[in-house]
Design a protein around this ligand. Structure first.
Ligand SMILES: [Zn+2]
Length: 559
């Protein structure tokens, strides 16, 4: 079935390129790559990527936070670039901008979390917190309940909230999902992280349970990133979708350090290690700690909008489309820490994350626009806002998808390019979930590459960028991940480069444009993804999720 589908696409492409040659007698013989495909892959260049990134990651853009001058400048730049490439406005109102309503909140850093009689936990050092209640003043107090992983998963016969009434209480929650066992190697996806392990799920489930608050326990190991990432990500201005009447919301949504969590357990008459050990087995019962937590959240609340940028290269069949996504927002300018010099660099430039992705998608867009023929299906580019705040721009797009949800045949998401040097593998998160995987594997075989599996499925990257909301409405989606099989002059150095990025620069002010960047891997990857998207746009048969995949469900009943 997959082979047949693939061959029909190749035949269509061959016919298309023959027609092109006939239409333009006397035009120079196209190079091998552009003869084989419509996308002109030589249009994707490292120098172009560098040019875009140097602008988008400049200090003048102040970290591109949503609904700030710097964020808006980035959006305007991207729209201008798409217009220059010949893309049409893709938003429903005929512009390049789909306005996304967001609620902006800023918690007063004088916030403390009081638990029992001991000293309160201090903001940033011990705890970061926000509120789902979009009001200037929120008070919360309740008994603390240790709920293990805080998961309700009927398919795994798992319920951490069984037999406990959470109304008015505050959940103390472990991140990640329970480990698989010898008897159940596929429990919670085995070594892979399921959505149940993500922090967003923990807050959502605690709210569904009627809890007044939830406190997540950070450990570097379980989160796969250090406390500084939580600090920088969850302090300062935060963004959320406007509250919907009647939808459950947490008054307190907090993270604490491992040390603070141990202290909370101790004040509640328990030992955190013992609680954790109990929580990895089915049948674990939530434990009511003998202690109350309370907090008062003072915050500024503002209703704003921030645009998604949408452009389209129209196909001959405009009712279906392939969509490339990359988020343009980043973390903005962080607050001054107590005692810090005002001269210190506080701008999160987001050079890798995701100025490189934006540049990569612009280069892909250029290679598609320079094709000698129009693609069959339309090619869309979506630059999202508020990804760092919980994929808000992509979620809004998934609710307001411009074309019907079933019209989107595939999504290719790019969140951070590989600047470490060329690799044999191109990691496409989610490739194994749909027929896009087989198409990518075929292309890889032709180009002496391989589609690598997710090297770290335990990190849950599939749930961590903008393709995820699109996957949730049934769009077959892949997202570029970190490679591991480097083929440059010094593969070990390339690997070390990624390690340092994750440890020291990811979501920190140190994520800047580096002179040591090697653009060759990024260029190879973008050429690959331009070709992949072009082929998908011209396939006779639409890609589809494998039937066992949970994301296949939204499409059941559609064509
Ligand atoms: Zn990102």
């Amino acid at each position: 079935m997959r082979t047949g589908l693939w061959l029909s696409g190749v035949v269509a492409l061959v016919i298309a390129s023959v027609l092109t040659a006939q239409e333009r007698p006397g035009s120079p013989r196209p190079d091998v790559r552009s003869a084989r495909s419509g996308a002109v892959l030589d249009e994707i260049r490292g120098s172009d990527i560098a040019a875009h990134v140097h602008f988008l990651a400049d200090d003048l853009l102040e970290g591109r936070a949503p609904s700030t001058r710097g964020g808006d400048l980035a959006a305007k730049y991207l729209a201008a670039q798409l217009a220059l490439l010949g893309y049409n406005p893709g938003a429903a109102d005929g512009t390049f901008f789909q306005q996304v309503p967001v609620v902006e909140t800023l918690v007063d850093p004088a916030f403390t979390l009081t638990v029992g009689a001991g000293a309160p936990f201090r903001y940033l050092e011990d705890v970061v917190a926000g509120s789902g209640i979009q009001q200037p003043q929120v008070r919360v107090a309740g008994d603390v309940v240790f709920v293990g992983h805080g998961i309700v998963a009927p398919e795994y016969n798992w319920n951490d909230y069984a037999g406990v009434d959470m109304k008015g209480k505050i959940a103390l929650v472990m991140v990640n999902d329970p480990p698989a066992t010898g008897g159940e190697p596929q429990l919670f996806g085995g070594p892979a992280l399921t959505y149940y392990g993500r922090w967003t799920y923990k807050f959502e489930e605690a709210a569904r349970q009627g809890a007044a608050g939830a406190i997540l326990i950070h450990t570097d190991e379980s989160a796969t990133y250090p406390w500084q990432v939580v600090q920088s990500g969850f302090s300062g201005t935060q963004y959320a979708i406007p509250a919907v009447n009647g939808a459950p919301r947490l008054s307190l949504a907090a993270w604490v350090t491992d040390r603070a969590a141990r202290e909370i357990a101790t004040r509640g008459g328990q030992d955190l290690d013992a609680l954790r050990a109990a929580a990895v087995t089915r049948g674990f019962k939530a434990v009511l700690l003998g202690v109350q937590a309370s907090a008062s959240i003072t915050q500024t609340v503002a209703q704003r909008t921030s645009p998604n940028v949408i452009g389209v290269l129209r196909g001959t069949n405009e009712s279906e489309a392939v969509i490339y996504t990359a988020h343009y927002d980043h973390l903005g300018v962080r607050e001054l820490k107590p005692g810090e010099s005002p001269d210190v660099d506080r701008i999160s430039n987001g050079a890798t994350d995701n100025a490189t992705g934006l540049a990569g998608v612009l280069e892909v867009a250029q290679s598609l626009a320079r094709a000698r023929t129009r693609p069959n299906r339309s090619m869309y580019v979506l630059f999202t806002t508020a990804e760092e705040s919980g994929l808000l721009g992509a979620a809004y797009f998934a609710d307001h998808p411009v074309l019907p949800a079933a019209a989107w045949v595939a999504n290719i998401n790019i969140d951070s390019l590989n600047m470490a040097g060329p690799s044999r593998d191109i990691v496409l998160l989610g490739a194994e979930r749909s027929t896009v995987g087989a198409l990518a594997a075929q292309l890889a075989a032709e180009t002496d590459r391989v589609v690598g599996p997710d090297p770290e499925p335990g990190r849950g990257y599939f749930f961590r960028s903008d393709h995820f909301p699109l996957a949730k409405i049934g769009i077959p989606a892949v997202s570029v991940g970190e490679p591991i099989d480097f083929i440059g002059s010094d593969p070990a150095a390339s690997k070390q480069f990624w390690g340092e990025y994750n440890a020291k620069r990811y979501h920190q002010v140190e994520d800047e444009v580096l002179p040591s960047w090697n653009y060759d891997g990024a260029v190879n990857d973008m050429r690959f993804l331009a070709e992949l998207g072009w082929r998908i746009a011209n396939l006779a048969v639409k890609p589809a999720y494998h039937p066992t995949e949970q994301f296949a469900r939204p499409r059941a009943g559609t064509n």
